[in-house]
Design a binder for this molecule. Structure first.
Ligand code: SAM
Length: 283
């Protein structure tokens, strides 16, 4: 029924937003398979990748490349075809489209045209990680990927130091160590975290503990630096000392320009937080 979206004509097609596995192909749902089988074409982030997924399930459908560089132009054409009655599935390389993946422009354009946009839910790395983290999950903030540039990353983290919701980050193998260093500096060594790596795959591991300990474990074991990561960090306690939060924010900023010990001294003076809570001189 299209009644909730009155602009859609009876003959118009549907855009199905279909989640695909994040590793284990057994996680493709029966409904996802049925949808992929019956649509006129599948819009895919990487058509080669999706062709492999389809061939695993013995499917062959026309594929349309839809990625961040062509999404605006493709969206306009796809909306015309949807209005004319074709139906499409939108998939990304892994997990749920639009979650740190392309698709929101197409979905927005389809909705603006009054078309039916319907989800076929399934795997999402952030939610899968949260479900096994054992960290409060009633309120959380999904932060996606941290900025690649160190200064922008530290700035982002310093703004998050006082966030009381659980924080969820995506991270890649080549930046996991730097990001953990910055998480420790901005949020403190003792803040609890979880590193969920290679979920649903052969080398799935879920590490938990204080951030400084997690950093050390990843540093000590090259295997723990391989693959795909979700990093989950417990939010700042509601009763957390505001001075410590402010001190850590200042420290993260000052440490970009000063020696760590000088930055800690100044941040402690300015915020009133104990220096030890901002910086561990033993490294
Ligand atoms: N749309 C996807 C989803 O629903 O999770 C996320 C796409 S994003 C481009 C890819 C990132 O998701 C990876 O760099 C990693 O941080 C995370 N990720 C994807 N698969 C994962 C897995 N099996 N285990 C851990 N993290 C994963």
């Amino acid at each position: 029924m299209h009644s909730s979206q009155p602009g859609a004509s009876k003959a118009a097609g549907t855009l199905h937003v279909v989640a695909t596995p994040i590793g284990n192909l057994g996680d493709l749902s029966a409904r996802a398979l049925q949808t992929l089988k019956t649509v006129d074409a599948i819009c895919a982030e990487d058509t080669r990748h999706t062709r492999q997924l389809l061939s695993h399930f013995g499917l062959e459908r026309p594929l349309i490349a839809l990625h961040e560089h062509n999404e605006d132009a493709q969206a306009a054409q796809l909306v015309v075809r949807l209005l004319a009655g074709e139906s499409f599935a939108l998939v990304s390389d892994a997990g749920t489209p639009l979650v740190s993946d392309p698709g929101f422009r197409l979905v927005r354009a389809a909705r603006a045209a009054g078309l039916r946009v319907s989800p076929v839910p399934g795997a999402c790395a952030a939610i899968a990680a949260l479900s096994v983290a054992g960290i409060p999950s009633d309120r959380f903030a999904f932060e996606g990927f941290l900025p690649a540039k160190a200064s922008a990353r530290r700035e982002r983290l310093s703004r998050l130091a006082g966030e009381t919701r659980t924080l969820i980050f995506y991270e890649s193998a080549h930046r996991i160590e730097e990001s953990l260093d910055d998480l420790v500096a901005a949020l403190g060594e003792a803040r609890r975290g979880v590193i969920a790596r290679e979920l649903t795959k052969l080398f799935e591991t879920v590490l938990d503990g204080p951030l400084a300990e997690l950093r050390a474990r990843v540093g000590a074991d090259p295997n723990q630096r391989k693959g795909e990561f979700v990093v989950i960090v417990e939010g700042a306690g509601e009763d957390a000392d505001a001075a410590i939060i402010e001190g850590r924010r200042l420290y993260a900023k000052l440490a970009e320009h000063l020696k760590p010990s000088q930055a800690a001294k100044l941040a402690a003076e300015l915020s009133g937080a104990p220096r030890k809570a901002l910086y561990n001189s033993e490294g």
